[in-house]
Write a protein that binds this ligand. Structure first.
Ligand SMILES: Cc1ncc(COP(=O)(O)O)c(C=O)c1O
Length: 372
């Protein structure tokens, strides 16, 4: 039986092996392990790519979120609005900052439903974390309006959307994900669109105070020039080796995004006639999708995803059990009908730059076979 992997990190490595090997040997030769020029260079290039003044490399997307909330002064007694459908780290960062997460349901595009946000605002609400899920931005024009009306800090969870953008009518130009809020938070977990070879993350921001705070707190609160501790910090610096690998991959990102869009277009052309299958294509011309994930919704739920797996197509079904239903997290389930429904239906098809056209054809064939 044929097999199509969800991702194939070793194949991607072989595609750019020479460049990755070169930076590896250079770093090993020089012993450049912690907070060296490679990290600085990657941070500059990332900030340039996102369109912010600063980028600060940290150990994970979670750390980016956590430090952002601390930088905003959010803590005990404060409430922060988060979507009900996201990776749990979005919510855990709020809890671990000492604040209370207030969950809001999402819309058909998997992102926070802006029409429900204001009903969740209370006098204690200090912030909002819109998540740009799967490569498609939350409606930041509306989120920004609401945040301004209620004086809320915006921390963008852009972990799944590096390279996506939305038209900003205030400037008339496109503004990248991660450049709308106080901070943009990034994850370089290996399977992300820009993935490292271990954990990694970053904060992007235009605010020099936030950048300085994160730079110190990722290194146990220390100012590395003076040795002064400016607070009880964390050990969560982006590894120098990872930064060097990520810098190589960042150069490929625009062409990789184009490839992902082409694969998405093929899925669209070949599957859009299937009535029980909802594809992730939306009609807001202001936003573009970079397809970190190609998440479809099948009314047949597990029967659909199991059929694909049984036929050799590796798929991801995040998240069958919404995070607020995990008892140990002690979160309030205020009723999130869209999250409940989509959780039963989600299925992400293989979407990566390693996959070839024939493999895409096979995925399409198996999906059509299920419905025939
Ligand atoms: C939406 C979202 N938020 C936060 C994170 C946390 O990132 P990390 O795994 O790097 O901590 C991830 C990725 O795993 C994510 O997809």
């Amino acid at each position: 039986m044929r097999k199509v992997r969800f991702v194939e990190p070793a194949k991607l490595y072989r595609m750019i092996k020479k460049e990755l090997d070169d930076v590896y040997f250079e770093i090993m030769d020089r012993g450049d392990l912690i907070d060296r020029s490679q990290l600085r260079r990657f941070e500059e290039n990332l900030a340039k790519f996102v369109g912010t003044k600063y980028a600060v490399g940290v150990n994970s997307g979670y750390d980016a979120l956590h430090l952002s909330l601390l930088a905003a002064g959010i803590g005990p007694g404060d409430e922060v609005i988060v979507p009900a459908h996201t990776f749990v780290a979005t919510c855990s960062a709020v809890v671990n900052a000492g604040a209370t997460p207030v969950l809001v349901d999402v819309g058909r595009d998997f992102n926070i439903d802006c029409s429900l946000i204001e009903a969740a605002v209370t006098p204690r609400t200090r912030g909002i974390i819109p998540v740009h899920l799967s490569g498609y931005m939350a409606n930041m024009v509306q989120v920004r309006e609401i945040a301004e009306r209620h004086n809320l800090v915006i921390v963008e969870d852009a972990c799944q959307s590096l390279g996506s953008s939305m038209l900003d009518e205030r400037t008339g130009g496109r503004r990248m994900a991660g450049a709308w809020g106080l901070t943009g938070c990034w994850s370089f977990y290996p399977f992300k669109i820009l993935g490292g070879y271990g954990d990694g993350g970053a904060i992007t921001t235009d605010d020099p105070e936030v950048a300085l705070f994160a730079t110190r707190m990722r290194f146990n609160g220390e100012d590395r020039d003076t040795g002064e501790y400016h607070g009880h910090g964390f050990t969560c610096l982006l590894d120098n080796m990872q930064a060097a690998f990520l810098d190589v991959k960042l150069r490929y990102l625009p062409q990789w995004i184009e490839r992902r869009k082409k694969i998405a277009q093929r899925y669209l052309e070949s599957l859009s006639d299937l009535p029980d299958l909802l594809l992730p294509h939306y009609d807001d011309p202001r936003r573009d999708h970079i397809y970190q994930n190609y998440t479809v919704r099948s009314k047949q739920g597990d029967a659909f995803s199991e059929f694909l797996k049984a036929n050799g197509v590796e798929v991801l079904t995040q998240f069958r059990k919404p995070y607020y239903r995990h008892e140990a997290l002690k979160l309030e389930d205020r009723g999130f009908p869209e999250t409940e429904t989509l959780s039963r239906e989600v299925c992400s098809l293989p979407m990566n730059v390693e996959i070839d056209d024939e493999e895409v054809s096979y995925v399409i064939e198996v999906v059509r076979k299920f419905y025939s």
